[in-house]
Design a protein around this ligand. Sequence first.
Ligand code: PMP
Length: 293
Amino acid sequence: FHDRDGHIWFDGAIVPWREAQIHVLTHGLHYASCVFEGERIYNGVIFRSRDHALRLRRSAELLGFDIPYSVAQIEEAKREVCRVAGLTDGYLRPVAWRGSEMMGVAAQQNKIHLAIACWEWPSYFTPEARMQGISLEIARWRRPAPDTAPTEAKAAGLYMICTLSKHEAERNGRQDALMLDYRGYVAEATGANLFMVKDGVIHTPIPDCFLNGITRQTVIELARRRGYTVLERHFMLDELAAATEIFLTGSAAEVTPVSRIGDWTYRPGDICRTLMADYSDLVNGRLVLAAVA
Ligand code: PMP
């Protein structure tokens, strides 16, 4: 991935893709003092760009550092890197981290870096996989408590749990993992939030120890606009047995149906299909929500 043509916005300048490099003694690499975003551009418009920039800055703040660019500057940098790439539909990856001046757990004075890459990424899951729904394994790693880690942050360190879980799921022939939280409640997939439908009502876990995804918030809005009841509540794994539809939401995953969790099977139903279509209309500007400016 590092060896390709293109450009990356790096600390205020556009640099050739292959030259966007950092030192091995980078604090962010050793101690995970690193936060990032994942977002999409559709028809030349970055979806909820300001919300992603705000979350990036907030994630850094939760890790005790300040990104030396304002929300407006981050937004402009994102537009610039897409412009240079000629990208109107794709994925953006802003990442901010502590640099390499000092090596050790404490590195308060290390420079804070920001880089933004973008590339074409039609769908997180292949179209075939998406229509069939994806298969999840129940992870043995759990989302930690909010007093164990800054769980509101989109922090690189928290993704160790996700990579472990997803790799194990893939080794067992599944596409992703479903993680429970420290209490045993259903939490989320490794890069997306989870929804289930039961008796025509939509249920989704309360995001009190994992990301309250921007897509999750958008999809709740879209569902309520359709007149569906959306309940945010804690529930255990066994409740998923009686669900009629399950789907995931995320900037990369968009709205993706789930066909299997452990030994339980599901089929994408009307609610999932409706929300997939509404989400597509919204991100492509065919639908406007007052709350999602
Ligand atoms: N949970 C995790 C662990 C994620 O990585 C993501 C993707 N950022 C989400 C949830 C969904 O968040 P969003 O809808 O803001 O992309």
